[in-house]
Design a protein around this ligand. Structure first.
Ligand SMILES: [Zn+2]
Length: 78
């Protein structure tokens, strides 16, 4: 049994693959509402963005901030 090679595979791709500027995919990312931010959207003139807990397609969990107006990802937190 080679335990070392197993550990290497487990350490790959630990970070969520969602990027700033992507369109919000609430169902694919299993989005759960987290909190509101009083922060200006990077992509439109909206003055509020919404935080969600999400999981990307590979199962990595993280938090993102979405603009409710243009539905683009404004921030990704690992
Ligand atoms: Zn926006």
């Amino acid at each position: 049994m080679n335990k070392d090679s197993h550990a290497l595979i487990a350490n790959e791709q630990v970070y969520i693959t969602i990027c700033v500027g992507e369109n919000f995919k609430s169902i694919a990312w299993k989005a759960q509402y987290d909190m509101e931010f009083s922060s200006e959207c990077l992509f439109c003139s909206s003055e509020k963005i919404t935080g969600y807990r999400v999981e990307d397609e590979l199962g990595h969990a993280g938090k993102i901030a979405i603009c409710p107006t243009c539905e683009k990802v404004n921030a990704v937190y690992h």
